[in-house]
Design a protein around this ligand. Sequence first.
Ligand code: ARG
Length: 469
Amino acid sequence: MTPKKAQASSTHGGTHKLWGGRFAGGPHPALEAVNRSITVDFRLWPFDIQLSKSWARALAKAGVFTGAECEAVRAGLDTVAARLAGGEQPIPSDEDVHTIIDRLLHEAAGDPASRLHTGRSRNDQVATATRLWTRDAIARVDEHITALQRAIIAQAEHLQDAIMPAYTHMQRAQPVSGAHWMLNHFWPLVRDRERLAAAHRSAGVMPLGSGAIAGSAFPIDRELLRTELGFERISANSIDAVGDRDFIADTLYAITMLGMHLSRIAEDLILYGSSEFGFVRYGDSFSTGSSMMPQKRNPDALELARGSGARMLGDLVGLLATIKGLPSGYNKDLQEDKRSLFDAVDGMLLLLPAVAGSLETLTFNRDKMAAACTSSMMATDLADYLVRKHVSFREAHGAVGALVREAEEKGIEMTELPSESFVNAHHAFESDVMHELRPRTSLSHRDIAGGTGTKAVAAQIQQAKAAVG
Ligand code: ARG
């Protein structure tokens, strides 16, 4: 019963392993190299310490530790945390984050440290630590989204009296309030936050107590663990619990969608900042220059935001490909989960402040925005004008189409057409038609909820403010 090979669980010959007792020799360096995950999972340490401290308490309640041993291990874990926070680095034999913590705990607490791993496995441990990390990360991403939402609202408030074209098929379509365009980027972020909240809930199931696959053989109070660690539920099936990475897929999907939305904000601003549009100018602190062309003012942060969705999508697809077809329970393939998760979260935490900053420091050129609202964009309003005079929409559409063609052929704006042209196009046109050709009149017809009318947009701003709290 007594293990002769002490290196199976304790420091020996300068190395410290959590396994190895059943092998005659050590692992081949090529195996060690491919198996080692500490460069990726090291950042889990605060959560691994946290769950280990709770585990020590559960073991004491189960009669595995005396009260004194439990306290010694918990104090030892605090010492380990202090060393890691102070910059303690892994040594080559530290296979993963659990190994380095175990090694340092043996140094800090001595013998009782050898019993901390009773009834648990790195399988339930890593799943638990990754869930704790994910919940914390989601909260951080959420804060940054809120900051971006606030920046959007602030710009929208400035743009309430600005008027600009809205585009369909990237062709000038209809005039809208600048605030309405700005806020069109607000609501997708509300949905992103809902998706992240759902991922947070999905990560809220605690696997600890599942052991390697069949459940712990000691009377562990999982409910105690759950409340101490802040989980919402405990897993119902230990086989599922150690192999479930749905919460990572959920998180990556939410982040990918967020990346898509940032890419769309970025693309609008990149287009609008071009000389051809000239609607916005990037602030100095969020512009980059060119090594060759002295005149350049480049929106690098926005271009990176436009491109980033691709990387996050790659992380999501990579994870899904890893999970697909895995047999039940824990498989080492799952070690790759954290690479995707951390990459996507790290990328997003860099992007969000850069997009918010780019947005906050923009200046809008209202004159250019207004000048782009050419008269043909009021064609729908002219048709609506005829409809209000009891002309059918089909007939009105045809009459206005003829006016648009005439102005185009003459190379003038519809506002420059003589009144005869209007009457020729349709007898229901009267002198008040010129009023309909003003972009602001177009807006004034659209005070419908969700529309671009001044009152509707003011209400939308209030709704947006309420959504960020
Ligand atoms: N480093 C591993 C991972 O990230 C920890 C779990 C290892 N479990 C095992 N049975 N080898 O997945």
